[in-house]
Design a protein around this ligand. Structure first.
Ligand code: PHE
Length: 339
């Protein structure tokens, strides 16, 4: 019965060591020591050969029971170690910095567009929609751009569907769409995309944004146009900004003007942005050509009106000192984050 006594001693130390094992690593050492291939219990089984035949069942039973006890103990301890580690991990440390969800914001062009529209809304202009895909009639004909005009060439405009439709090259199409739908008085602004097959560079893009505004009523005169645009320029660029109207030609307005504001960057002294002229061109405008009224069947002896159109991209670039229009369309967050 020497082996049985030995086994009882093994049981005692094993139980003690199991209680003492303080980590998963130590538990693993313990498992190898007792249950491993060359472990204590394996060698005890080998020693069974020297046990008297009549004692074999008793010793065998003892070894099996010991093995079960040790396995059970190991399992339980391992489970409690793992749970402890898990709860440590799950503990809410309120001093740790939180995970901040990054909030996006509107694109600088959309912001510029909305800021500009807000100013006109305050002056009682109504914001309207107008399609981007147009016919030649709305983009050219009704805007008094005749059939043989060079801007109608295929390489000046994006035609789609075998030339039946085109992507509008200016928001002035909204004038026709609105006047067809409603009778004067009309006082609206429209903002949206326009398309021109220009080679893309720092100041040109094949697609950009424009804002169109116009008023039609009885007795509208050029000074109304000046008043509205001056109010806009002061509100948007600053109270001391000055304006000048340079005579220009647009087929759908007569007289027409290109409108400059005094350079707010250098205070008109001359800088790189204004090409040392002291003035920045910001929009085109004029009195609506009576020929346009004919296309929409308005009585041009009764009604007059003015219209203006501005490039949102250009205004946004001027306002924020952005030197390359392509930045707006590259979707680079390092650029967008600055606004
Ligand atoms: N549509 C013109 C352009 O794209 C701008 C404009 C609008 C001029 C309204 C006069 C009146 O250049």
């Amino acid at each position: 019965m020497k082996l049985l006594d030995k086994l009882k001693n093994i049981e005692k130390t094993a139980m003690k060591e199991a209680v003492e094992a303080g980590s998963l690593d130590e538990l693993e050492q313990f498992r190898i020591k007792y249950l491993g291939r060359k472990g204590v219990l394996s060698s005890a089984i080998k020693n069974m050969a020297h046990v008297a035949k009549k004692d074999k069942p008793k010793v065998g039973k003892f070894i099996n029971e010991l093995k079960q006890k040790i396995t059970l103990l190991l399992d339980e301890k391992e489970k409690s170690f793992r749970e402890e580690a898990k709860s440590l991990f799950e503990y809410d440390d309120t001093t740790l910095p939180g995970i901040v969800a990054e909030l996006g914001h509107r694109h600088p062009l959309i912001r510029t567009m909305e800021d500009i529209l807000d100013i006109f809304k305050k002056m009682s202009f109504k914001v309207v929609d107008s399609p981007e895909i147009e016919t030649e009639f709305y983009n050219f004909e009704a805007l008094n751009i005749p059939k043989n005009h060079p801007s109608r060439e295929t390489f000046h405009t994006f035609y789609v569907e075998d030339g039946e439709f085109l992507l509008r090259s200016q928001t002035s199409t909204a004038q026709i769409r609105m006047m067809e739908k409603e009778k004067p008085p009309i006082q609206v602004v429209h903002a949206g995309k326009v398309y021109r097959p220009d080679a893309v560079d720092a100041s040109h893009s094949f697609m950009f944004y424009q804002i169109e505004g116009f008023i039609v009523d009885e007795g509208i005169v050029f000074s109304d146009l000046k008043g509205v645009l001056e109010k806009f320029a002061r509100e948007y660029f600053g109270q001391d900004v000055r304006m000048r109207f340079r005579p220009h030609y647009f087929p759908f307005t007569e007289p027409s003007a290109e409108v400059d504001i005094s350079c707010f960057i250098c205070g008109s002294k001359g800088c790189r942005v204004c090409s040392y002229k002291g003035w920045l061109e910001v929009l085109g405008a004029g009195m609506i050509n009576p020929k346009v009224f004919e296309f929409v069947k308005y009585d041009s002896s009764k009604y007059t009106g003015f219209a203006f159109g501005m490039g949102v991209d250009r205004i946004c670039m001027l306002k924020h000192g952005i030197t390359d229009i392509r930045l707006f369309y590259e979707n680079d967050v390092r650029f967008l984050k600055q606004f």
